[in-house]
Design a protein around this ligand. Structure first.
Ligand code: GDP
Ligand code: MN
Length: 380
C-alpha cells in the first residue's frame, strides 16, 4: 500500500526525521487557515500518489493568503496523470541550498536492503540512473546486522554530498532505515532531501510503500486504508477477493498462478499486444471465481479481447470451462474471449466449451496461439 506524501511525512516525523510543519486540508478555506498556522511563506502541495507533481503544476509556493487561495483553488480538482487532487498538504516553505535523493528498498536478488543516495536529487532518479549511474551511491544492508553509524557515514561520504550536509544526512539516514524496518516498508524515498542555507538536512518529500504482508501486525494502518483511492476495477476485484492489478493495455488477462500470468503478459507483449491487467485466479479456482474474474475485466473500457490462460494442476479445466459458461450467462461480456485450456481435465473442459464456441468464444491449443488470436482481435 502506498502512502500519500503527508502520511509519509507524519510517519517520518515519528522517527525524528526533520520535516516541515504542515497540515492536510480538503478545501480552499481550510488551506488558508492552515497556512496562517504553519506560517508564511508556505508550499501548497497536491496529495496524489504519483511522482512529478511539481512539473505538473501541483506544487506552488505562496507568500500570503491571496496566493494560497489562488493556488489551492487551482490545484484542488486538478488531474495529475489520471489522479484527481482531492487533498492538499500545506507546509511551511523551506529555503533550499542543495537537493539530494535518498531511499531504502529491498534488493531481492541480494537478499539485503538497498540504500541509494545521490547528490543529484530533486529530479527523476530513473533519469540519474540512466544518464549518470555513478552519481548514485549504493549500500547493501544485511537485515540481521542492521545499518551501523560507521557504514552509514562511509556511504554518505561516497555520495559526495556537500561536507556541511554529512552529519545531518547520517542522522536522517539512520532514522530513515529505522522507520523502513520498524514500520515494515517496501520502500521509503526522500526526493528531495535538502540541505538548507543554514546547514540543516531535511526531508522535503516523502514516498512510502508499506508491505501488505505485514498488515496483520499494524492495526494503525487502518487509517491509511481509509484514504486509499482504488480505481473502479481494483475496487471491484478487491471486493471479490481477486488478485488483480490494472494496467493500460487492451488485452484482459486471466490465468492461474502468478508465474503463468506473468508469462502470459510477456507472450502478449511479444506478439505485439499489451495487457490490460494482471489477474491471477490462483490454484483451485472454481466456476464462481472465473465468472467473477470475467466480470471485473468486463468493467474495463479499454479491454478489446480477453485471454484466459489456464494450465490445470489443482485447478480443473472443467471447472474453469463451467465458470466461463456461467459468466457468459450472467454478464453481457463486451469483448471476445480467447481461451487456452491445458492440464487437469482439459478434454472435459474443451467439451463443455464446444457448444458455446463462436466468434465471441474461441479455443486455442497453445498459449502462443491464444495470445496471437487475442492480440489480433484486440487490434481490430
Ligand atoms: P514531486 O514533484 O511530486 O516530486 O514533489 P516534491 O515535493 O518533490 O516537490 C517538487 C519540487 O518543488 C522540489 O524538488 C523543490 O524544488 C520544490 N519545492 C518543494 N517544496 C519546497 C519548499 O519548501 N521550498 C522551495 N523553495 N521549493 C520547494
Ligand atoms: Mn519529489
Amino acid at each position: 500500500m502506498d502512502l500519500f506524501e503527508y502520511q509519509g511525512k507524519q510517519l517520518f516525523a515519528r522517527y525524528g526525521i526533520p520535516v516541515s510543519a504542515g497540515e492536510p486540508v480538503d478545501t480552499v478555506d481550510d488551506a488558508v487557515a492552515a497556512a496562517g498556522r504553519v506560517g508564511y511563506p508556505v508550499v501548497v502541495k497536491a496529495q496524489v500518489q504519483v511522482g512529478g507533481r511539481g512539473k505538473a503544476g501541483g506544487i506552488k509556493l505562496a507568500a500570503d493568503a491571496d496566493e494560497v487561495r489562488t493556488h489551492a483553488g487551482n490545484i484542488l480538482g486538478m488531474d495529475i496523470k489520471g489522479h484527481v487532487v482531492e487533498r492538499l498538504w500545506i507546509e511551511h516553505a523551506s529555503d533550499i541550498a542543495e537537493e539530494y535523493y535518498a531511499s531504502f528498498t529491498l534488493d531481492r536478488g541480494a537478499k539485503k536492503h538497498l540504500g541509494m543516495l545521490s547528490a543529484q536529487g530533486g529530479v527523476d532518479i530513473e533519469q540519474v540512473a540512466d544518464e549518470n549511474p555513478d552519481a548514485i551511491a549504493r549500500i547493501h544492508v544485511d537485515p540481521v546486522e542492521g545499518l551501523t553509524e560507521a557504514a552509514c557515514r562511509a556511504w554518505v561520504e561516497a555520495a559526495g554530498l556537500n561536507p556541511r550536509a554529512t552529519d545531518g544526512a547520517v542522522d536522517v539516514l539512520l532514522k530513515l532505515y529505522e522507520a523502513y524496518v520498524d514500520s515494515d516498508c517496501d520502500l521509503v524515498e526522500i526526493n528531495p532531501l535538502i540541505l538548507t542555507p543554514d546547514g540543516r538536512v531535511h526531508a522535503l518529500d516523502a514516498k512510502v510503500t508499506l508491505d501488505d504482508n505485514a498488515d496483520y501486525r499494524h492495526p494503525e494502518w487502518e487509517e491509511y486504508r481509509a484514504t486509499q483511492v482504488l480505481d473502479e476495477r481494483e475496487r471491484l476485484a478487491k471486493e471479490k477477493g481477486l488478485n488483480y492489478i490494472g494496467l493500460d493495455g487492451s488485452v484482459g488477462i486471466i490465468g492461474n498462478g502468478a508465474g503463468l500470468v506473468m508469462s502470459t503478459l510477456d507472450v502478449v507483449n511479444q506478439v505485439g499486444g499489451s495487457a490490460a491487467n494482471f489477474l491471477d485466479v490462483g490454484g483451485g479456482a472454481d466456476a464462481k471465481v472465473l465468472s467473477n474474474a470475467i466480470e471485473v475485466i468486463n468493467t474495463d473500457e479499454k479491454v478489446k479481447a480477453i485471454l484466459v490462460n489456464i494450465f490445470g494442476g489443482i485447478t480443473r479445466c472443467d471447472e474453469v470451462a463451467n465458470g466461463i459458461v456461467e459468466a457468459l450467462g450472467r454478464v453481457a461480456v463486451k469483448a471476445p474471449i480467447v481461451i487456452r485450456l491445458d492440464g487437469t481435465n482439459a478434454a472435459e473442459g474443451r467439451a463443455i466449451l464446444a457448444p458455446h464456441e463462436s466468434d465471441r468464444l474461441i479455443s486455442q491449443p497453445t498459449m502462443l496461439d491464444a495470445a496471437r488470436k487475442a492480440v489480433e482481435l484486440a487490434s481490430n
